[in-house]
Design a protein around this ligand. Sequence first.
Ligand SMILES: Nc1ncnc2c1ncn2[C@@H]1O[C@H](COP(=O)(O)OP(=O)(O)OP(=O)(O)O)[C@@H](O)[C@H]1O
Ligand SMILES: [Mg+2]
Length: 268
Amino acid sequence: MRPLRILIVNAKGGCGKTTIATNLAVAYARQGLGVALVDQDSQGSAEAWAHQREASLAKVEFVAQRRATMYQTQAWRDRLPHGVERAVIDAASVATERNLDDYFRESDAFLVPMLPSPIDIRAGGKFIDSLLNHRSYRSHPVPIGVLANRVVKRAVAYDRLTRFLERLPVPTVATFADSQLYLHAAEVGAGILDFPHDSRFAAERGEWSALLRWLEAALADKSAPPARPSAQAGKAAAAERARSTPAPMAPRRAPLLAAREVEPAVGA
Ligand SMILES: Nc1ncnc2c1ncn2[C@@H]1O[C@H](COP(=O)(O)OP(=O)(O)OP(=O)(O)O)[C@@H](O)[C@H]1O
Ligand SMILES: [Mg+2]
């Protein structure tokens, strides 16, 4: 079975991609799945995390993939250790057209972390817009989930983020707190699910369970190898596709954000 590939990505830096990628890798490893953490970011943060990780903890394979060219992209898949069932990819914070092409070619699901600040909401909204309007998405949509990250639920900024997320055409699948616990875990090459008995992590664990459930449902039909239809079945499938192909989507959607929606609110 080929590994399912989950890309953690946002054009906006510092939104928590590495934190979420490492924690997701741990979540899968603790489920007993073979998991690889793929570092596409030249800063090497995921690599540093992987080097800290103690051998006694659930195994996370590490694969570095700097400078994504098409050939190197192929190479990282070839270099995945045997038995890897989930590849969690920590993407670099650049979203050129070519990067977007690679993202779509190389991923079975996208997770987009988003911080509650006005700047991050604006940048994240634009990025999601660019994914939804990309030709690859329009011809073969992949699951895209948003992750609200570093949330302080009492803050005004959280209300603003919530209002924004409710209007997005993609689901928000988990909300992670702004918590020092993530930093403490990262310092020792761990994720918060490495501490299943620590009561301080209880609320966060629920969010991670929600994310895992969403991913498994979103990826359910992707693990089976593509069937090779017989000539007859192929013709029938082509006819069925022609009947059921939805009308082309509307041309470029209006931007997801109106400027006034990201004005900082007093007291944020
Ligand atoms: N939920 C959280 N609670 C507290 N701190 C967090 C949380 N998520 C991320 N951080 C912290 O925010 C900072 C940025 O996070 P991280 O490095 O994961 O983002 P990134 O998107 O990978 O950044 P870059 O674009 O530089 O690669 C780090 O110091 C990290 O420890
Ligand atoms: Mg990073």
